[in-house]
Design a protein around this ligand. Structure first.
Ligand code: THU
Length: 129
């Protein structure tokens, strides 16, 4: 878990944030054991911004990954970051009920949440059956 937080912190350094100056890093371990990192990537057309969580998750999914075991998220903040609603919905798509969502300040200070805790009553693929 600390390894994942460390990678998220490394990816935070890569953030492209000329508009908010708020850097976010994420690292995802999929059930394969493979790890992918990501950062937020902003755009002058603000709605085109991609959050760190989605950058990391999509990096894995494009390689064939499907199930998140753990995702660690760190930010330029005194508080533990709360993933945005769009990212929560993307985590819903690729998580299991046991996936660990690690909200971290650093390798020593973090909390672990489940998807049910951060996205109760989510719209899931089960609704489409
Ligand atoms: N941001 C993330 O990368 N992840 C989140 O969960 C919340 C927000 C980014 C988007 C934008 O680049 C900056 O933080 C400020 O909103």
């Amino acid at each position: 878990m600390k390894d994942l937080i460390k990678i998220a912190m490394e990816y935070k350094e890569k953030a492209y944030v000329p508009y908010s100056n708020f850097r976010v890093g994420a690292a995802v371990r999929f059930d394969s054991g493979n790890i992918y990192g990501g950062c937020n990537i902003e755009n002058v057309s603000f709605g085109a911004t991609n959050c760190a969580e989605r950058t990391a998750i999509f990096s894995g999914v494009k390689e064939g990954e499907k199930v998140i075991s753990e995702i660690a998220i760190v930010a330029d903040s005194e508080e533990l970051i709360a993933p945005c609603g769009i990212c929560r919905q993307v985590i819903v798509e690729f998580c299991s009920k046991d996936s660990k969502i690690i909200l971290a300040k650093n390798e020593e200070e973090y909390i672990i949440k489940t998807i049910e805790e951060i996205m109760p009553g989510a719209f899931t693929k089960d609704f489409l059956k």
